[in-house]
Every structure is written in structure tokens, then in C-alpha cells.
Design a protein around this ligand. Structure first.
Ligand SMILES: N[C@@H](CCC(=O)N[C@@H](CS)C(=O)NCC(=O)O)C(=O)O
Length: 217
């Protein structure tokens, strides 16, 4: 299997966590500035040019949630990321969607806005993104009060989505101290070996973060 990805990308980390949890070997196709040949391969595989893309033999997979479903189905490892019980799987998929749409998306809005030239920034959109993060943090605080992992007692697809989204969201819009449950969950994610490995692999790229990367984590 080949993974077209970059270690500092939040969605790439989501897929990497699954690969590391499953202990699935794969070949890195590192998409960096100047990797013109790989960039062209990536664009040919996925014209929308979003990362990551997984290639397994003749099959091309895009969208991290689907990539992780595919890995769980075809390369199951010691940890099952989608529960066998369809009712439990529904909760996992719901939490995965919530982290992607309501944490990852507003977090990316703040980051990508900071990459724009000053005259092309969108302060209103960024303010909306920050308001959405506040609402999501408050909701998650209540949900995580009774849970170890995003969907309950077992680590799952939802935690693969939660880890990079909360990691970077806390950098751009800190989780307030009163949300102790959510902050503790973020710390549990950071201590999980699969995510800790992804964070370490991304550390050399922190200088590229367009907002201040805090000197922690
Ligand atoms: N829904 C997609 C999102 C992928 C995505 O947005 N990836 C970002 C990197 S974190 C990307 O490729 N951005 C490039 C761009 O927006 O042009 C997934 O789950 O894979």
C-alpha cells in the first residue's frame, strides 16, 4: 500500500493513526513542495488533490473515514476501529462526522485564512469558525464526561478523527480551562502511542504553521 500524504497534515494524521493502530506496513509518498513528480501522481489519482490518498494495488481510496473503514475491513489489526455491532458502529460514525465537520473544518478555516495574503482574509468567516468551535467544545465537554474514548470505552475511528482535530484546534482556539473533561481527553489522545508517533513525525514541520505553534505538546 502507498499513502500520498504529509506528516503535518491533520487529515493525513487521522489515516496514519489507523495504519499505526493496525500495524499495517505501507510506503510513504511524501507530498512536499518541490516533489513535482509525486504531486502529479497525486493529482492524477485524485483531481481534487486532497490528502491523504491510499493506493492498494489497483484500488485508490480517498476520504479518511472511508480509508479507515477500508483498512478495518481488509487489514484488521489488534484494534478494531469500527465495532462489529452496527449500533455501536453508528455512534462511532456519528462522532467521526462531528469531529470532522465541527472541529476539523473550523480549525482549518482559521489555519487556511492565516495563510492568505492579508487583503484576502475573511475575518467574518474566521469569527464564525471560532464560534462554532466554542459550541462544539461545550457540547463535547458534556459527552466526554462519561467516556474514555470518543464513542465510549474502546478506541475507534472517531478517535482517529478527534486526535488531530483537537490537537490543532487547541492551538488555534484554546479549549477553555473549564472544559476539563475535553482537555483530559485531548491529553489521553496525545498519550496514545499511534497518535504520539504521528505527532513526533510531524514535529520537524512546526515552523510551517502559519499561526503561532505553541511551545507545548
Ligand atoms: N474530507 C477529506 C479532507 C482532506 C483534506 O482536506 N486534506 C487537506 C490536508 S489536511 C488537504 O489536502 N488540503 C489541501 C487543499 O485544501 O488544497 C478527508 O477526510 O480526507
Amino acid at each position: 500500500m502507498k499513502l500520498y500524504a504529509h506528516p503535518f497534515s491533520s487529515y493525513c494524521q487521522k489515516a496514519l493513526i489507523a495504519l499505526y493502530e493496525h500495524q499495517t506496513p505501507f510506503e510513504w509518498k511524501l507530498l512536499t513542495f518541490g516533489s513535482d513528480e509525486l504531486t502529479a501522481e497525486h493529482a492524477a489519482l485524485w483531481p481534487l488533490q486532497r490528502m491523504p490518498v491510499l493506493v492498494d494495488g489497483g484500488r485508490t481510496l480517498v476520504e479518511t473515514s472511508i480509508i479507515i473503514e477500508y483498512l478495518d475491513l481488509h487489514y484488521p489489526g489488534p484494534v478494531r476501529l469500527i465495532p462489529k455491532d452496527p449500533r455501536a458502529a453508528l455512534e462511532v460514525r456519528m462522532m467521526d462526522r462531528i469531529f470532522d465537520h465541527y472541529v476539523m473544518t473550523p480549525m482549518q478555516k482559521c489555519v487556511f485564512d492565516a495563510l492568505r495574503p492579508p487583503e484576502r482574509r475573511d475575518p467574518h468567516g474566521v469569527e464564525e469558525a471560532r464560534t462554532l468551535l466554542d459550541k462544539t467544545y461545550a457540547w463535547l465537554e458534556g459527552v466526554m464526561a462519561g467516556r474514555t474514548w470518543a464513542a465510549g470505552t474502546d478506541f475507534s475511528l472517531a478517535d482517529c478523527a478527534a486526535a488531530p482535530s483537537l490537537f490543532y484546534a487547541d492551538w488555534v482556539h484554546p479549549i477553555p480551562p473549564q472544559h476539563a473533561q475535553l482537555r483530559a481527553y485531548r491529553q489521553r489522545l496525545l498519550a496514545r502511542p499511534s497518535f504520539a508517533r504521528a505527532v513526533e513525525e510531524a514535529r520537524p514541520y512546526r515552523a510551517f504553521f502559519p499561526l503561532d505553534a505553541p511551545d507545548r505538546d
